[in-house]
Design a protein around this ligand. Structure first.
Ligand code: KG4
Ligand code: ZN
Length: 365
């Protein structure tokens, strides 16, 4: 496969980003020829969360324009790619359908192979695109819609060690920002406030740390924050800047503690399988948080594992990761037909029981 050149077009539309990208593997080296992401933040801002119908309509309007732009930026014609990879789930079904229908239309018109990609596999395989890391590695996916630990054993072999049973951490950051009157997306806003705050003034719960295993829970944290906020408001009639910063610092410290401890346990479990090059990789918007990232890196270093975090633009939703996952699937000889279905739920590890709950940004899978 080292001499082979594979160029794929990728499409992503499972949440609130419409994206298209062209990725090439040539002589064993990967290159992103283009990656176009059209966000929808402004369309959903007034609703405090992603509205599935609005998202789906926006995907329908934008997806072909993104494809056109991605091909133009890559300097390539559609007929010159080797196949079309598209997110076929899990996610908001209207959006997933918009991408799948567009990909099917192009595949039918050109005769190009079609590859249905699991969105979570796209995130989980990204460190191979950016850092060329070898299987098996431990992946922590932490975003607004996902939170799970996966042992990535192969391009289509994933073992889930645990995940959130309710909210994803990014969702908790977003809700915290909303409760404190900070702008969306909440993660960067809460992180900025927390910088000047005292993390010890409000001690929030560390959910599920008292239970064995790697499952996580974040919904109780938001309730604790709401109570603390209401307590201050009842006492003083409102929040000062210092109160807000302390609340953010306390909340962020709780999330960081939980993620660090659960990651330590997941690493233990992964290391017990005797990987040749022990590696912890992270992906998802929450991995952009400097405090959290430093804690995770510390956990990896103490356990003697390499720490890999793809650049932020490839940690958050994008189509380069879908094109790359398509290349991995294509290399294994897999192809999908025009009967490819869009799936709202699609767990990577079907041997594990389904995670409970469905977040603001869709099914947890
Ligand atoms: O991966 P992503 O772009 O989208 C998906 O959820 O798929 O992640 C977005 C999430 C949002 O909830 C956002 O608040 C959070 O990641 N986020 C952060 C930070 N930057 C983004 N959370 C904490 N700290 C940050 N610096
Ligand atoms: Zn995602």
């Amino acid at each position: 496969m080292d001499d082979e050149t594979i160029t794929l077009l990728g499409l992503e539309s499972s949440c609130d980003d419409t994206a298209a990208a062209v990725v090439r593997l040539s002589g064993g080296k990967s290159a992103i020829l283009s990656s176009v992401v059209a966000g929808q933040n402004d369309l959903h801002a007034a609703f405090g969360g992603v509205v599935p119908e609005i998202a789906a309509r926006a995907h329908v309007e934008k997806v072909d324009l993104c494809v056109e732009e991605a091909l133009a930026k890559a300097g390539i014609a559609l007929c010159d790619v080797n196949g079309i990879a598209v997110t076929a789930g899990p996610g908001l079904i209207g959006g997933v359908l918009a991408g799948v229908m567009c990909a099917k239309g192009m595949a039918a018109a050109t005769g190009l192979p079609l590859l249905g990609i699991n969105h979570l596999a796209g995130h989980a395989l990204t460190p191979r695109l950016t850092h060329g890391i070898a299987f098996p590695y431990l992946m922590l996916l932490v975003s607004g819609g996902h939170c799970q630990f996966l042992i990535v054993e192969g391009a289509e072999r994933f073992g889930r060690l645990g995940g959130t049973i309710d909210d994803a951490p990014g969702e908790a950051f977003d809700k915290t920002a909303k409760l404190l009157g900070l702008p969306q997306p909440g993660g960067p806003a809460v992180e900025a406030e927390a910088r000047t705050g005292d993390p010890a003034r409000f001690v929030f719960p560390r959910p599920l740390l008292d239970r064995p295993g790697c499952d996580l829970s974040f919904s109780g944290l938001k309730t604790a924050l709401l109570r603390a906020r209401d307590g201050i408001v009842a006492e003083k009639g409102g929040l000062t800047g210092e109160d807000r910063a302390d609340l953010c610092a306390g909340f962020q410290a709780a999330v960081a503690d939980v993620l660090a401890e659960k990651t330590r346990r997941a690493l233990d479990e992964y290391l017990s399988t005797g990987p040749k090059i022990p590696t912890l990789a992270v992906a998802g918007g929450v991995a952009a948080n400097a405090r959290i990232r430093a804690r995770l890196e510390g956990v990896a270093t103490r356990a003697g594992a390499r720490f890999v975090a793809p650049p932020l633009a490839l940690c958050t939703d994008n189509a380069a990761m879908i094109a790359w996952a398509g290349i991995e699937r294509f290399s294994l000889g897999h192809r999908d037909g025009l009967d490819l279905v869009a799936r709202p739920r699609w767990p990577l590890d079907i041997a594990q029981p389904a995670l409970i709950g469905s977040g603001k940004k869709g099914a947890k899978a």
